[in-house]
Design a binder for this molecule. Structure first.
Ligand SMILES: [Zn+2]
Length: 182
């Protein structure tokens, strides 16, 4: 555990970086102070290598992110957050963004953490595709409208489009994933 001085150094570095951010992005910050109008909501893994704003070259106010290990929407805080974007921010697109090299997917494959609800959820997708990075995305695309009336209704009204995408951590590529609607 870092000692008091080390913690102070960490805080100082963070504030330094934030000062640079304020200088570089002052216009973006100003333009988005009063309200937000993102056009896309993304459910993405928490993995530090998968930051949606950097991947899609977006700025402040452009993406509504919900990030959780394994990009699964199984609890109310995740689902309510996505519903907020659909209902109150009127996003046009909801994207489930998975990624190669996902630790949650490989832990689910290795049968680690049998009681972990995230890993259980990922494991239950495995029959959908041999590639489990893809099966996990497809399952979330299938389950999200079943778990959320708000999202289901927006899709039925065609005011919302649901997309699945796989980010390749090896080369920064994004591949869209099709799922068969039943
Ligand atoms: Zn991941």
């Amino acid at each position: 555990m870092p000692d008091k001085n080390e913690i102070e150094a960490i805080k100082e570095k963070l504030l330094d970086s934030c000062c640079n951010f304020q200088k570089e992005c002052c216009q973006q910050i100003e333009q988005n102070t009063m309200e937000q109008h993102p056009h896309i909501a993304i459910l993405c893994c928490s993995d530090s290598r998968v930051p949606p704003e950097l991947i899609f070259k977006k700025e402040i106010g452009e993406i509504f992110d919900v990030r959780v290990a394994g990009n699964v929407a199984i609890d109310t805080s995740v689902i309510f957050s996505l519903e907020y974007a659909v209902e109150h921010l009127d996003v046009d697109v909801l994207m489930i963004l998975g990624h190669t090299g996902c630790g949650a997917v490989s832990s689910a494959e290795d049968l680690i953490g049998d009681e972990n609800p995230i890993l259980k959820e990922i494991r239950s997708s495995f029959s959908l595709n041999d590639d489990h990075y893809i099966s996990n995305i497809v399952r979330q695309m299938e389950m999200l409208p079943r778990r959320s009336d708000v999202i289901c209704q927006a899709l039925e009204k065609e005011s919302l489009t649901l997309l699945g995408a796989l980010y390749h951590i090896e080369d920064g590529r994004v591949e869209f994933i099709d799922r068969d609607l039943d």
